[in-house]
Design a protein around this ligand. Sequence first.
Ligand code: AR6
Ligand code: MG
Length: 305
Amino acid sequence: MRRTEDRLRGALLGLALGDAVGAPFEGWPRVGGAEVDAWLDDGARLRWTDDTHMALALAQVLDADDGALDEERLGDAFAAAFAEQPWRGYGAGPPQVFALARRGLTYREAAASLFGGSGSFGNGAAMRVAPVALVARSDLERAAELAAAQARVTHTHPEGVEGAVFVATAAAVLATSDAPVDSMPQLLRTTTERMSADPLRRALTEVLAAAPDVERLTRVARRVGTGVAARESVPAAVAALLSGHDVVSTLRAAVVLGGDTDTIAAMAGTLAGAVHGASDIPRRLLDRLEAAEQLEALASALLER
Ligand code: AR6
Ligand code: MG
């Protein structure tokens, strides 16, 4: 039980750490391993972006709502966080949702109206979803429902929603499984089979088939892409997870892929944290991480539910 708690805590801390480790490289087409290593060894403060900012709002609402989820309250919390710190690097979609909601639409209606009425397929709902794994734990149905509900506040496209459902259920499965680490692809295959949004499901299946060959994983991730679409960046995060042997090497594998580095590393960190646990994250990195104490306190609060 203790071990599971450490791993769920690891999912939340891994999200924030990955976000902050990847942030300086966002948008680079490729990143050299030596550059990531230099940043990991640097003493500078590790500042996170919108990924963690939204995850904190989600965690606070889940805590206040006793683990349930009121979509309007969550939308208001996201909007308030954005109004306070709009410089965190938000995608274009969420601020439009917040503006439409101020004019009287529900968040879900506002989110559904975006991008010509198709809704966002961005990774914004998947990047922030770790707190759901902490409250739902081994109840995968609940994890999937909460992940989808929190997604639809800003992302209603099936790929935007399923990216979040995948990351939340995968984190919950990984954190609660007693299976050895080399059976991760098998565990994640079961999680992938719950998906129906096809480009996403197909890319995840391809990544899982490439494990444990790291070169092949990298090749598949580069072919699928490393952009802000959930169908690219969620599989990329899984490729990084399956390329790493601990939290730090997973984040390194995520960042060297380039592209949406902060968010790929945030999701890879969520999953690697769920496998290796908070205790696997070096103290020297946690000491550099912005608001690490607040994150640890929120993880404790969610785990007490
Ligand atoms: N049709 C066309 N383009 C789309 C669509 C669509 N249906 N959906 C998304 N895009 P957004 P996020 C494109 O704005 O998911 C931050 O840097 C479009 O270009 O909903 O919260 C974070 O750190 C849109 O602006 O935001 C993450 O890296 C973009 O995808 C990322 O942005 C992102 O979707 C999260 O962004
Ligand atoms: Mg970001």
